[in-house]
Design a protein around this ligand. Sequence first.
Ligand SMILES: [Zn+2]
Length: 456
Amino acid sequence: MGLSMRIEGLDTDDNIIELYEESLVSTEYLHNTIGNAMARTGDTGYVLRIVGRIEPSLKSAQRTTQKSILELTKWAYLPYAPEADFYRKVSIVYEKGEQIVRELNFTKAYVLNYEENYDNYSGTGSFHLTLGQKRGEQGKINFGEQEQADAAKVFTPLLPNAFPPKPPAYYDLLKIRIPEPVDATSGAAPTRKELIEALFIKKMGTFSGMADHDTYLKEVIKRYMKGTPIAQELLLKYVEDDSLKELTGDDDGSYYRDSKKTVFLNIDDDFSKQGIGVIFFHEYGHYIDHAAGDLSDDKTFRENLRADFKNIMESRANAMYLSELDPKLIPMLGNIKIRLEDIMNPNYWNGKEKPLIDYKELYKIISKELMSNNLSAVSDLYSGLSIVKVNKSTERIIGNWQHPEKYWTENPDKIYIEAFAHCYEAQFDPNRRANFRKYFPTAYKRFEELLEGVHV
Ligand SMILES: [Zn+2]
């Protein structure tokens, strides 16, 4: 019988909202971050969008619908009051024949955005409702009590069919609860969180040497579970079993080798101040870049990366110029703009031409700004983007971390390849993500689009 939606608040029958096929146009379940300024939070994770029809009519059959829509409007404009009906339970059911084919429950939903539009010509209206699940309760989104496994597969299509996975030996070791298989009679299905965790642990179980590093393993699993859903799922989609080899030499740096589709990881090195597992997810960023068809070889991503660097460098340089300029001269000279081409022109560094500001000082200031552990990835990219050859020496920005100069200069593609892996690694830590949004806003946005493009 098509689509229906039921919304329950704290009170009993009085404020139940029920809408059926004739007033529902579509529903969409997304697990993304929505960049909507209207949203009450910037990092919603899971979003449910519902589009419906409003048909003003006096017919009695329509009145219950109208009452529901009125209640919906009231909910949308309810001020934040967690003890009242701010959070409600939302169930969407899609039935065909007598069978429920899909069911989706947001257990603590709140309104991110609500809009109504009316069309004078047709005499009907529409509403657009966007719901989020309460922060910290995202794991409780579930797929109803019927046909659990099927529905779960439909909504998170990347999860392999072979669930439940055979538990690797260290389930016991890690004291992680093994999700129960879907029970045909009781219908108790694992949540997405349990599924994804089990599949990741299973994957880790195929990596040789991992079982000897239980502290590391626990930390990497913890980090993975904090990741964005899309990054979690792409790892499960692309990373093959047994694709990691441990390096144990003191001087062995980790790397990814395309030709072998293998990550060579120095596990001891990955216990760093930048975060345990940062190198793991960075190297698997290279893996996914390659396995998904060289995503970093994207014109927009590359242009954006350079444009973001240029913007920040120029704004820092011009701020420095203005702060050093004699205020009396601002009306005359205040509109001179320093461009990145000037900053990176060796003639201004070797004394052949006189720069407006001391570029060496500018580089020093930015290097200092990039010293924190959470900026290691940004610092690395700056170390490659800022290289200026001055006579026989090299000037560049070096903050928390950097690749050697030669690494960048012998292959100009490296900067984009590294940028992709850094962006992927940042998916598993909100602070590192925030730094990408700050320093590389348009490249990071393009990166998110590239992930979405292969998340089918
Ligand atoms: Zn790398």
